[in-house]
Design a binder for this molecule. Structure first.
Ligand code: HEC
Length: 151
């Protein structure tokens, strides 16, 4: 029992190796502009990237701990380079923005080929505002293979 706990803690420690940098980013994440009075604010990909790198206590990880944004190589989750050129593996007709949004809010609704359910935390619907999700999606849409050089 204790040994299992130790192994689990070690795994978490290994996965969390980038967290000091992430928490620094966290403090710097700009607050979303209040949007109630004027309707939705335009999605901000730069803010989305900051959120992607930010440690989320409810999820116990930052997105970037599981996903490389600049590679197709998998960590715990698929590498996201090229996700902005992609299609839903469940419904190629689905709008890409909808699919990316769904991937955050309902991670098990459509699994990426080759990955198991219940690995990606299903907490983001409670943690993130609509603006947060829009910003994350806007940023992921910029992750295209064509822009690979240096990004
Ligand atoms: C603990 C690891 C983990 C964390 C944290 C995590 N994910 Fe995932 N993610 C996965 C796994 C595993 C999959 C593949 C299985 C699935 O579809 O749920 C996945 C799938 C995805 C996909 C679908 C990719 C594709 O090519 O179809 C997107 C998009 C995504 N995650 C974005 C995010 C974002 C944005 C965050 C942070 C808000 C995040 N993930 C946090 C593990 C994680």
């Amino acid at each position: 029992m204790i040994r299992h706990l130790a192994i689990a803690l070690l795994a978490v420690a290994t996965l969390a190796r980038c967290s000091p940098a992430e928490s620094r980013t966290a403090t710097a994440t700009p607050p979303a502009t209040a949007s109630t009075a004027t309707g939705p604010v335009r999605p901000d990909p730069a803010r989305g990237e900051a959120l992607f790198r930010q440690f989320v206590p409810e999820a116990r990880y930052a997105c970037v701990t599981c996903h490389l944004p600049n590679s197709t190589q998998a960590l715990l989750g698929p590498g996201l380079l090229g996700v902005g050129d992609g299609v839903s593996p469940c419904d190629p007709q689905q709008d890409l923005e909808d699919y990316l949004q769904q991937s955050i809010l309902e991670p098990d609704a459509c699994l990426t080929l080759g990955f198991s359910a219940r690995l990606m935390p299903a907490v983001y619907a409670e943690v993130y505002s609509e603006q947060d999700v829009d910003d994350l999606v806007a940023w992921m849409l910029t992750l295209r293979q064509r822009n690979e050089a240096g990004q």
